[in-house]
Write a protein that binds this ligand. Structure first.
Ligand code: PLP
Length: 417
């Protein structure tokens, strides 16, 4: 599957060799430096080939056909579910729902559990640092149901104001705490285990947005004791259109379905219908089959390289990047800088708009993102309308960080700073 010799120290060049896009020139003669991994990750050969194989050799619908192709597709699709179950240590494959991504997973919880359980007088707690996908679904439902959404503030060092959260838990009728594990802007790693424990003591359920954690660190949903856990396949080397909602079985069993249609029913009569078992109750219609299979192969690849190795490599790269970014005059990095920071550096260069930074970096072959990164309330809190963001992954190198720093110096010169 990979040329990687896993018995050796982390071999970033061998990892890079598994990603065909990284061999490409970005512009005519500038090599691609891909530093936009928080938006989406690149895909290794094994994922691309697995999806190609599905379409070339056994393309068929799942769970329905009696023919060989359909059986093969079903076997691979369900094998992917088992791989994901093991990857996050869920207790049962019935607790792994395939979705299109983190956004759909969170909306699923809001529209099923939320719709059935939240009413006027209840409180849902989110935070100022959340991605829009963990703010807007709750606002939409709150407008209909009349419950309140409160937001935990962010402290000046870029960490969550936990005292504020624990005060809320002590005083208010909180039904759900819904937080990100790792921020896609600040990079901060939130202490979700502690939060889950305190929330449970106060009688609240917890949803964790793992979009920026699952690709980068070991996640054990049972050890965490989390109630719902959402993540996206495309940020962890898998295809777009693949994602997961983990939910504790008892909660999922009690939740009504969301979308109705094929596969999610046990029987349909004109007088009414009954629902299929988990996880199919929440997977109406033809699912993203190739995408789920691709995600399974991404999990295989991450396991083969080893999440602990990936995490250590990223810590090395982000520490190096944070040190070197200090050399650029007028550059501010947002969020913490210690061990509690993932491989994300959102920054601003005084005198250059973030979009101009990104455009100038692009002309040097360096792909970063600029904007509010779907975190407008956080940017309002930071007092900036936009930041540039370099985000790293298992295939990034010190040389790429050097290229980023050189390009930032060049950008300042272009702006005569
Ligand atoms: N949550 C976080 C922390 C994210 O970074 C993202 C994507 O950037 C999302 C949620 C939404 O993920 P998706 O667009 O894959 O649904």
């Amino acid at each position: 599957m990979t040329t990687l010799d896993t018995s050796r120290a982390y071999d970033v060049e061998a990892v890079r060799a598994d990603f065909p896009i990284l061999r490409q020139m970005h512009h005519e003669n500038v090599p691609l430096v891909y530093l936009d991994n928080a938006a989406t990750s690149q895909k290794p050969n094994c994922v691309i080939e697995a999806m190609d194989r599905y379409y070339r050799e056994y393309n068929a619908n799942v769970h329905r056909g009696i023919h060989k192709l359909s059986e093969e597709a079903t076997t691979e699709y369900e094998a992917a579910r088992l791989k994901v179950r093991k990857f996050i240590n869920a207790g049962s494959k019935r607790e792994i729902l395939f979705t299109r991504g983190t956004t759909e997973s969170i909306n699923l919880v809001a529209q099923t559990w939320g719709r059935a359980n939240l009413k006027a007088g209840d409180v849902v707690v989110s935070s100022v640092m959340e991605h829009h996908s963990n703010i807007v679904p709750w606002q939409i439902l709150a407008a209909e149901k009349g419950f309140t959404v409160r937001y935990v503030p962010v402290l000046p060092d870029g960490t969550l104001d936990l005292d504020h959260l624990y005060n809320l838990l002590a005083k208010e009728p909180i039904k759900l705490v819904t937080l990100m594990q790792v921020s896609n802007v600040l990079g901060v790693v939130n202490p979700v285990e502690e939060v889950i424990k305190k929330a449970h003591e106060a009688g609240a359920l917890v949803l964790i947005d793992g979009a920026q954690s699952v690709p980068h660190m070991t996640v054990d949903v049972q050890a965490m004791d989390v109630d719902f856990f959402a993540f996206s396949g495309h940020k962890m080397l898998g295809p777009t259109g693949s994602g997961v909602l983990y939910g504790k079985r008892a909660l999922l069993e009690a939740m009504p379905p969301w979308m109705g249609g094929g596969d999610m029913i046990s029987s349909v009569k004109l007088s009414g219908s009954t629902w299929n078992d988990l996880p199919y109750k929440f997977e109406a219609g033809t699912p993203a089959i190739a995408e789920a299979i691709g995600l399974g192969y991404a999990v295989d690849y991450l396991n083969q390289v080893g999440l602990d190795n990936i995490h250590a490599h990223e810590r090395d790269i982000i520490s190096y990047a944070l040190e070197r970014l200090k050399e650029v005059p007028g550059l501010t990095v947002y969020g913490p800088t210690g061990e509690n920071k993932g491989a994300v550096a959102a920054f601003m260069v005084q005198g250059i708009h973030a979009h101009d930074v990104a455009q100038l970096l692009d002309s040097e072959g360096i792909a970063v993102r600029a904007g509010h990164h779907c975190a407008m309330p956080l940017h309002e809190h930071l007092g900036v309308s936009a930041t540039a963001r370099a985000s790293f992954y298992l295939y990034n190198t010190h040389a790429e960080v050097d290229a980023l720093i050189a390009a930032l110096h060049k950008a300042r010169k272009t702006f005569k700073l």
